[in-house]
Design a protein around this ligand. Structure first.
Ligand code: SAH
Length: 361
């Protein structure tokens, strides 16, 4: 097993069979060995820095019916809301004062937020906070619409591929959604110039070691700048409410394998990971993650953006408790920093290889 891990560290890729053997057969000592390698690699590019992103959940209305998602269109028990532009801007203002230099606008696929409305929101945020990065996570759109977002100033886009296996994808989504379109979106986003993020839940229904290995190979092929990975957590009112949730160990293992497969990736220790274990986020950082995304949504709506049960949205998850989160994470030996935390560029990499330091923006 350790030889396989060494080989992954050296080549940043393994065959599907080799990934499967690690996913199925790693014991806890071998996992520690893997985590250590993952930390070494992240330190090479990003030192001991942890980047923070202020998450603004701007709408929980959604036209899609993803079988796992607590805010899916047909979930009956959801109080729907939309933030106004002014509410979004005041979240940013509050976040800016706390030290956030990246805002993430995440929401359901909500037809109310037309291209024009989105462009207006994006350009207003960029005009008021020119030193901040703006990430969008609002689902599948046309090339033209993504391009309009980019031209209005959006820097990054998160769209988890959810699973690279087409048959698995179809079992998690309604017939109107296709794995082909999901992947088309991701390639469009990269082509337009977004720092692009894909990702998947760990332990989603029907997932196997084989589909996870396919995820790693897809990630290698797409080469996104960010990968979002968290455990699947069943949500009441969805067809998967009685399914088993994803485990901590496998999630950490997949974080570390992702880090070694894409050494310079921006990899969050997600809210879902913090939800299934009290020190989940710390453990994620110790498995190679280097980003956390505290919640900046107005308190009144946080409860309503419930993708899954018991979602963390107060306590250390809340941006107000940033100081506490900082202290907690410091215990891992890594430190939250105030910067945009962009993906490292090729020229920065070159200067690192020549013994230089990464220029912070
Ligand atoms: N509409 C946007 C944002 C979706 S919510 C989009 O399509 O990208 C962000 C992510 O939350 C999803 O991509 C999914 O991977 C995750 N998620 C949804 N339901 C979940 C659940 N029950 N457990 C864990 N993660 C979930």
């Amino acid at each position: 097993m350790k030889t396989l891990i060494d080989r992954l560290e050296k080549n940043s890729v393994l065959s599907k069979e080799d990934y499967i053997s690690i996913i199925k057969g790693c014991d806890s000592e071998e996992a520690q060995y893997l985590f250590k390698k993952a930390r070494n690699v992240r330190e090479k590019y990003y030192g001991h820095d942890i980047y923070i992103r202020g998450l603004i959940e701007f709408t929980n209305c959604c036209k899609n019916d993803c079988l796992y998602c607590g805010i899916r269109h047909s979930a009956g028990n959801v109080q729907r809301y939309r933030l106004t532009k002014d509410e979004i801007l005041s979240c940013c203002r509050e976040g800016y004062a706390l030290g956030f230099r990246t805002f993430v606008l995440q929401g359901g696929e909500d037809p109310f937020f037309t291209q024009d409305r989105m462009v207006d929101i994006i350009s207003s945020i960029k005009a008021l906070f020119p030193d901040c990065a703006l990430t969008l996570s609002a689902g599948e759109k046309s090339y033209e619409e993504y391009k309009a977002y980019y031209d209005a100033g959006a820097d990054r886009y998160l769209l988890r591929h959810e699973t690279a296996n087409d048959e698995h994808y179809r079992r998690l989504h309604p017939a109107e959604m296709s794995p082909e379109n999901r992947k088309r979106c991701l390639y469009d986003l990269k082509r337009i110039g977004f720092q692009t993020g894909c990702g998947m839940m760990i332990g989603s229904p029907y997932q196997t070691a084989e589909t996870l290995a396919e995820d790693l190979l897809f990630i290698k092929e797409l080469e996104p700048q960010m990968v979002g990975i968290g455990p699947f957590i069943p949500a009441k009112g969805t067809p998967f409410e009685d399914k088993k949730g994803g485990g901590l160990g496998l999630t950490l293992l997949m974080l570390a394998l992702t880090r070694l497969t894409l050494p310079d990736v921006l990899l969050p220790a997600t809210t879902a990971l913090g939800t299934i274990h009290k020190t989940g986020r710390e453990l994620g950082i110790l498995a190679g993650a280097n980003v956390v995304m505290p919640n900046l949504s107005p308190l009144a709506v946080r409860e309503k953006y419930r993708l899954y049960d018991n979602k963390l949205c107060t306590g250390d998850e809340a941006a107000e408790s940033l100081e506490r989160l900082k202290r907690r994470l410091l215990l891992t030996g890594y430190e939250i920093v105030t910067s945009r935390g962009d993906h490292i560029t090729n020229s920065e990499k070159k200067s690192l290889n020549n013994g230089g330091k990464r220029n912070e923006i």
